[in-house]
Design a protein around this ligand. Structure first.
Ligand code: PLP
Length: 318
């Protein structure tokens, strides 16, 4: 099994309904709208532990909250906090929890009315919690399949928004893939083009060119996807072509890799039982992985703007 689950501790501080409280003290009614109808919006942000500096480096925090705001707009979820406030609260939670390890931050805004009836009219609530998170998937070569489940089209449930309910599509595909012995699944769009992986965007290298499906291929417009494109262009001199990708291009590719906050840069070594390229990690993915981690951990001055440092106090015994 190459995907790990990470649990949040009840003792950790979280932000809930306007204040900082212990995660274990939060109570939600089973009548909560979002629990019944999937009417929530979320984000996943990583903070990388920088041992040398004694800081957590929060990666692309503002970009995540900007996307969060757009997803909220889609579901008529009214955020009462500005992006600056959301960033400040996030830093405060990290200071309080003071994890000295890689950590995942989960902002969640959801329809909180306790009534039966499907619509988007009710009021909403915001929670933000943190979970320690190492590698979500193995970074040494994933074996993936093309899912029999198609990606939800923009005309039904927009993949552009990070909406809780739409992750049923993800769960069905991951479950199917893992039961068949694969690590992850690749979705096709309704018209049969490659969309993305379960919770990551996809890149291919073909004939020296880096390619990724366009934002109109029912993908979440990944923040790591943008980071990869920036690094590939700046550091490898490989501008990325955003174009429709056929399923069998995955079989013909020299390299395939996935990008995401959880997945990080995860090379794919086989698709539908067919080795990708030589069947081992390719040079482009390997190089991008190295560059990405350097920038994400705040170890590269040139990309200092990608991360916000948080001083983490050493916990005293007792
Ligand atoms: C469906 C989906 N696609 C792509 C991504 C990658 O997005 P990002 O790089 O912003 O984490 C994610 C992860 O959040 C996702 O859930």
């Amino acid at each position: 099994m190459s995907r790990k689950a990470f649990a949040a501790s009840d003792a950790e501080w979280c932000y809930h309904d306007g204040e900082l409280v212990r995660l274990g003290d939060v109570r939600l009614s089973p009548a909560t709208h979002a629990l019944n109808y999937g009417t929530g919006v979320f984000e996943g942000i990583r903070a990388y532990w920088n041992e040398k500096r004694g800081t957590l480096q929060v990666l692309k925090m503002r970009e995540h909250y900007e996307r969060f705001e757009k997803s909220c707009r889609m579901l008529h979820v009214d955020l009462s906090n500005t992006i600056d406030e959301l960033c400040d609260v996030t830093l405060e939670i990290l200071r309080r929890n003071a994890p000295r390890e890689d950590t995942y931050i989960r902002p969640l805004a959801y329809k909180a009315v306790e009534s039966v009836g499907v619509n988007l009219r009710g009021g909403s609530q915001l929670s933000i919690f943190t979970v320690p998170m190492g590698n979500y998937v193995e970074l040494t070569g994933l074996k993936v399949c093309v899912s029999s489940w198609r990606r939800t089209p923009d005309t039904a449930i927009p993949a552009r928004g990070k909406l809780t309910g739409s992750y049923i599509n993800t769960a069905l595909a991951v479950d199917e893939a893992q039961r068949a012995g694969y690590d992850d699944a690749i979705f096709l769009t309704q018209d049969g083009h490659v969309s993305e992986a379960s919770a990551a965007n996809i890149f291919l290298v073909r004939k020296g060119q880096l390619i990724t499906p366009p934002v109109t291929a029912d993908i979440l417009e990944g923040i790591t996807r943008d980071a990869v494109m920036e690094l590939a262009d700046n550091e490898l001199g490989m501008p990325v072509a955003q174009r429709n990708v056929d399923r069998t291009e995955l079989y013909a590719a020299d390299e395939v890799f996935l990008s995401g906050t959880g997945f990080q840069i995860a090379p794919v070594t086989s698709v539908d039982g067919r080795p990708v390229g030589t069947g081992s990690i390719g040079p482009v993915a390997e190089r991008l992985q190295e560059l990405y981690f350097r920038a994400a951990r705040g170890e590269w001055e040139k990309y200092a703007g990608w991360t916000v440092p948080v001083e983490v106090a050493q916990k005293t015994a007792g």
